[in-house]
Design a protein. Structure first.
Length: 160
């Protein structure tokens, strides 16, 4: 189930926010500006299941995304510090540090705090997990759902 805000204001206003101003910039952020200038969109997939990493990498690559993968939070942080990532698709429960800890790291870092984060989970979330995700403005998708919806959200969040 997706947070309520995912279906309202933000998506409805993305098209308007992505219109370039006279300086050639948009109000939609650096990912949008890079996409408009280069057509490149880079997504980081963070999941401890290698099979999920491969499936998502193939699906996203077929849609024109460049994909980086990480199996642990520390690997993901290294990628985020080194590469220009436009969005993160993140599992919640992983060995070691959790996906929620990575989400909190992203929201605390001034260079990353506006990065779109999509939570992809195969399990039901606890109320505390749901509250943390809502507090940090991420979107939730379940692994059993059709991946085309996830790709649609990534398109909206990175193309503008």
């Amino acid at each position: 189930m997706m947070p309520e805000r995912a279906a309202t204001g933000r998506l409805a206003s993305l098209a308007d926010a992505a219109r370039p101003d006279p300086r050639g910039e948009t109000d939609a952020g650096p990912a949008a500006d890079r996409f408009l200038k280069t057509g490149s969109r880079e997504v980081l997939v963070v999941d401890d299941q290698v099979s999920i990493q491969h499936i998502l990498a193939q699906l996203l690559a077929a849609e024109g995304y460049e994909v980086k993968t990480a199996g642990r939070v520390d690997e993901a942080i290294a990628v985020l510090r080194h590469d220009a990532i436009d969005a993160v698709v993140l599992d919640v429960r992983m060995p070691g540090a959790s996906g929620l800890e990575l989400l909190e790291f992203i929201r605390r870092d001034p260079a990353l705090r506006d990065l779109p984060v999509l939570i992809l989970t195969g399990v039901s979330l606890t109320r505390d997990e749901e509250a943390a995700i809502a507090r940090h403005g991420a979107y939730v998708f379940y692994k059993a759902e059709n991946f085309s919806l996830l790709i649609t959200y990534l398109d909206h969040l990175t193309r503008h």
